[in-house]
Design a protein around this ligand. Structure first.
Ligand code: NAP
Length: 248
């Protein structure tokens, strides 16, 4: 299948696993990243970094690079690139699959407060908590930067000039996966009273949710944006089955 090229829109643990599996089965893989953070290479997988320049430019890219199929394995909250992928694949008549972690579900003992978006989550945090662990990603930090109503502990993967200084809080730089034991220690050491999280799904960042349950802390859970129209699977084996039918 090496004469067929798969484009993976990545930036997630699931996307990396798919790239490894597809490459191991002889498929030529291009792994695409927005390029905001560093990423480790994957054996025999070609990387590209940076936006395409919108849906039409992505359609041109698919044509120019003779891409046979696209798997959008971006994060559930990366709504713009997913919408662009759908439009581009329609324009260029390329098959598209969405690979996405299912959302986390409440379990007995969870104390979740639903939020429709991050801003709403921040307001809820300010009304109900004092020291808040924020895991909604670097692009959301501007809205926390000058809000001094809570003390914010904001976890992002790495430092960068794009991160605003926090008037009342600090950054914690770390890349998942995280363990339950470490999350409990960090929440206790920082005297955290609530967590704000996107409902990302997946195991790599779930430990904070389990830790909150264990410590009886509320989790302000930001709901996912509406999914698109592309067919969707939740696991790498399902994505590989889809690929085989498209690339053989
Ligand atoms: P977004 O809002 O949907 O995308 C913004 C723009 O960034 C897109 O229009 C596209 O630019 C470019 N882009 C995004 N993902 C790309 C990719 N994989 N390859 C090439 N260009 C990409 O996305 P986002 O929320 O900023 O997320 C950016 C990346 O971080 C995604 O790859 C996502 O998987 C990863 N990520 C996001 C989150 C999150 O919470 N949002 C969490 C973990 C990882 P053009 O229009 O110029 O093509």
């Amino acid at each position: 299948m090496a004469d067929r090229t798969l484009l993976i829109l990545g930036g997630t643990t699931l996307a990396r696993r798919l790239a490894q599996a597809a490459s191991a089965s002889g498929i030529s893989v291009i792994y695409s990243l927005a390029g905001r953070t560093d990423a480790k290479s994957i054996a025999d997988v070609g990387f590209r970094r940076g936006g395409f320049g919108g849906a039409e430019a992505l359609a041109d890219y698919l044509y120019d690079e003779n891409i046979s199929a696209v798997i959008d394995a971006t994060h559930a909250f990366a709504a713009r690139i997913s919408a662009n992928a759908e439009a581009a694949c329609q324009l260029s008549d390329k098959p598209l699959l969405r690979l996405q972690e299912p959302p986390w579900r409440r379990q007995a003992g969870d104390n979740w407060i639903d939020a429709g978006e991050i801003e709403q989550g921040r307001e809820t945090a300010c009304e109900t908590a004092s020291r808040v662990f924020v895991t909604t990603g670097r692009q959301a930090m501007a809205s926390f930067a000058n809000d001094t109503r809570c003390w914010w502990l904001a976890r992002v993967i790495q430092p960068g000039a794009d991160l605003p200084a926090l008037a009342n809080g600090r950054y914690l730089y770390a890349r998942g996966p995280f363990t339950l034991a470490d999350e409990i220690i960090s929440l206790r050491d920082n005297s955290i009273t609530a967590i704000i999280s996107k409902n990302a799904g997946g195991e790599a960042t779930y430990a904070k949710i389990a830790a909150a349950r264990e410590l009886g802390l509320p989790v302000i859970m930001v709901a996912r944006p509406k999914a698109g129209e592309a067919p969707m699977v939740a696991t790498v084996p399902e994505a590989m089955d889809w690929l085989r039918t498209r690339l053989v």
